[in-house]
Write a protein that binds this ligand. Sequence first.
Ligand SMILES: Nc1nc2c(ncn2[C@@H]2O[C@H](COP(=O)(O)OP(=O)(O)OP(=O)(O)O)[C@@H](O)[C@H]2O)c(=O)[nH]1
Ligand SMILES: [Mg+2]
Length: 399
Amino acid sequence: MDAALVTAASDALIAVAVAVPVCLVAGGVAIATRRRGRGTDGAARSDGADAEVAGAGRMTAVLTPRATPEVAPAPTAEPAPPPTPEPEAEPASYRGRLGKARGLLSGYLGAVRAKGRIDATTWDDLEEALIRADVGVGATDALLDDLRGRVKSGEIDGPDALVESLKGDLVAMLTTDGSGLAVVGADRPGPVEGETARTVDVWLFVGVNGVGKTTTVGKVATRLTRAGTPVLLAAGDTFRAAAGEQLSLWAERSGADIVRGAEGGDPSSVVFDAVQRAAAKGQPLVLADTAGRLHNKVNLIEELKKIRRVSDRPPGHVTEVLLVLDATTGQNGLAQAKVFLDAVDVSGVVLTKLDGTAKGGIVVAIQRELGLPVKLVGLGEGPGDLVDFDPEAFVDALF
Ligand SMILES: Nc1nc2c(ncn2[C@@H]2O[C@H](COP(=O)(O)OP(=O)(O)OP(=O)(O)O)[C@@H](O)[C@H]2O)c(=O)[nH]1
Ligand SMILES: [Mg+2]
């Protein structure tokens, strides 16, 4: 054998030695794969086939029940039971939720009553009670001046009558016109020539961070959708990452529609889109959440002005700008409020967290010093914990 032949023969042997196990392994893998494939395929096919059969059965049962007696007719689907409604929490009541504020006043008023007569300490007690409840110095002076005059004239003849008169004065002070919310669809200006008709009311919720804007939007949405008014939520707080998510939860909870924008996007365009969508879907009201904080206060105020302008373009019409204030911040909240009043034409106040504070008297200061009606009051964190402001029930719960 010559050398070349030997090399060729040994190459062929090596090739066979390598090729055989490779083929065996490959074949094994191929078989295993096919088996696995058949397994899966088989299962899928069998499901599909079963589904087809079931489908055929259903079709047959529906179309030609007597022609194919061997196919059992599909049982008529039972109507799905109606969903069990979530148990409604007890509706929030002033008396039930204002325990803290009542606790503060009752100590003082108890002392006034217990004395049996009106003297200098009576006036000191009343003054301290009202100031500590955050009624404000101006309102406290006005209330006590009126009561002093009526004691002098003999109209009020003892501590019990004095406390009752204080109650009456507070109710009178808190009763204002315009404390009701705008009626949806009631106040739309007629169409201007060449302009789209205004078919969507917009309520804006403004206020500093953490006061309860988003929660209030959710509660108002809950209330309105329960009453049969469809609402669309606009996630106008694009500054905080979690804000849109938080509002989405409320949308889900209340059954409202929602329009969200990109994080860091332009909040005005979110509200604009929401108004367009509401108009297209025939929804009469957009509730717009806004940011409570931007990079600085000037930005925030400019942004709100823009949101208001854009929201008021047809088909939109701004019918409420609700300033949300946190009752627990008491008098400090008033200073913040003034910034908003200058920027956007505020139509009323939502006072939140009255359930968690002794400073219930802040309601008096808001109406007196800001000249704004308190329209809604937050008495807790739940969807039903928002009530119309009712001066009589409120004062009654304080005493
Ligand atoms: N106890 C009580 N808590 C409330 C009430 N309203 C809101 N809160 C709570 O206050 C906290 C802040 O509420 P948000 O609605 O997130 O406040 P926000 O104004 O939207 O805050 P930013 O988006 O940060 O500007 C949440 O924990 C709410 O559950 C209320 O009436 N009572
Ligand atoms: Mg918010």
